[in-house]
Design a protein around this ligand. Structure first.
Ligand code: CP
Length: 336
């Protein structure tokens, strides 16, 4: 039996007519234009076609080396970038902080320069410090893709969420997207806010005041810088927030990033802020349920809602592979 040869035809060949991306890195969605997001969506459609083939491979990145460098834990992002790069024919090297020379005290700068020196062309990185990928991008020629930095940004998660919403709802202009949970510590919320507002969606964030960024709190805080985010509606009452929602996105409580008691108890939090069946029933009929994962089942979302027919949670994960293929593909044929 001969293995089917990868082919670059079909929807991928049609992408050659797209304008070349004038972008060398993907660090956040704050500087993405609507047409750049549209290019990612169209390219993702083509990648979905590739992933549906008997042999889901195209040689678009043949000869290139992609490194995933993760200083924080990950399942979805790391695995889907690896699958995405392999589906495009790249060589892939995965590095975690443990087991690499980071453990011996090697700096981030020296680590990424080393990866470039051994021949990597693309770097996907996750780091606990907000801004780390921006620092790296200033010191390497490699394409840098932010796989999540601190509380700041997770652009490919935002793009896969947008792709998932669009595949159910079409144009997102005027759609009510409610993001509920630990907004303060959420890079997912921040990237979604940028991407969704760029596309004209009506974004509502909902959390107890202690889990809102200072600039979104009802009384603000004189100690903090002004909020560097687009304006969104802020609610502290979930029952009110879910009214008329087209999308309900629950976020994980990031207990590992909380320094002091921001919540009276998990039980109290779940009572007031859990996405459950009663609250889902107050949203638009058929409203989409989303969660970027990993979930604290029974805390921010009830197991019944997470597994309901309205849940797109596993679909988000599946779409993540195609979206990340699209990002790698667009960067590879973009600005040198
Ligand atoms: N959504 C997300 O970033 O999941 P991982 O931490 O598993 O990558």
């Amino acid at each position: 039996m001969t293995e089917e040869q990868p082919r670059a035809g079909g929807a991928i060949a049609a992408l050659d007519k797209q304008p070349v991306w004038n972008r060398h890195h993907v660090l956040d969605l704050d500087d993405f234009t609507p047409s750049e997001i549209e290019a990612v969506m169209e390219t993702t459609d083509a990648m979905m076609e590739v992933l549906g083939r008997e042999v889901p491979r195209v040689p678009a990145l043949r000869g290139k080396t992609v490194v995933t460098l993760f200083y924080e834990a990950s399942t979805r992002t790391r695995v889907s970038f690896e699958l995405a790069a392999k589906a495009l024919g790249a060589d892939v090297i995965n590095i975690g902080a443990s087991g690499s020379s980071v453990q011996k005290g090697e700096s981030l700068y020296d680590t990424v320069r080393t990866l470039q020196a051994v021949g990597a062309q693309m770097l996907v990185m996750r780091h606990g410090s907000s801004g780390a990928p921006y620092l790296v991008a200033r010191h390497v020629e490699m394409n840098v893709v932010n796989g999540g930095d601190g509380w700041h940004a997770h652009p490919t998660q935002g793009l896969l969420d947008i792709y998932t919403m669009r595949s159910h709802l079409g144009d997102l202009r005027g759609r009510r997207v409610v993001i509920v949970g630990d907004i303060a510590h959420s890079r997912v919320a921040r990237s979604n806010i940028w991407g969704l507002t760029t596309l004209g969606a009506e974004v509502v964030v909902c959390a107890p005041p202690t889990l809102l960024p200072y600039g979104m709190r009802p009384n603000g805080s004189p100690l903090e810088e002004p909020l560097a985010l687009p304006r969104v509606d802020v609610e502290t009452d979930l029952d009110r927030a879910v009214e008329g929602a087209d999308v309900l996105m629950a976020l994980r409580l990031q207990l590992e990033r909380m320094t002091s008691g921001l919540l009276p108890s998990l039980r109290e939090y779940a009572r007031l802020y859990q996405l459950n069946e009663e609250r889902l029933a107050r949203a638009r009929p058929g409203a989409l349920v989303m969660h970027p994962g990993p979930m604290n089942g029974g805390v921010e979302i009830s197991p019944a809602v997470a597994r309901s027919l309205q849940s797109a949670i596993e679909e988000q994960v599946t779409n993540g592979v195609a979206v990340r293929m699209a990002i790698l593909y667009l960067l590879a044929r973009g600005k040198p």
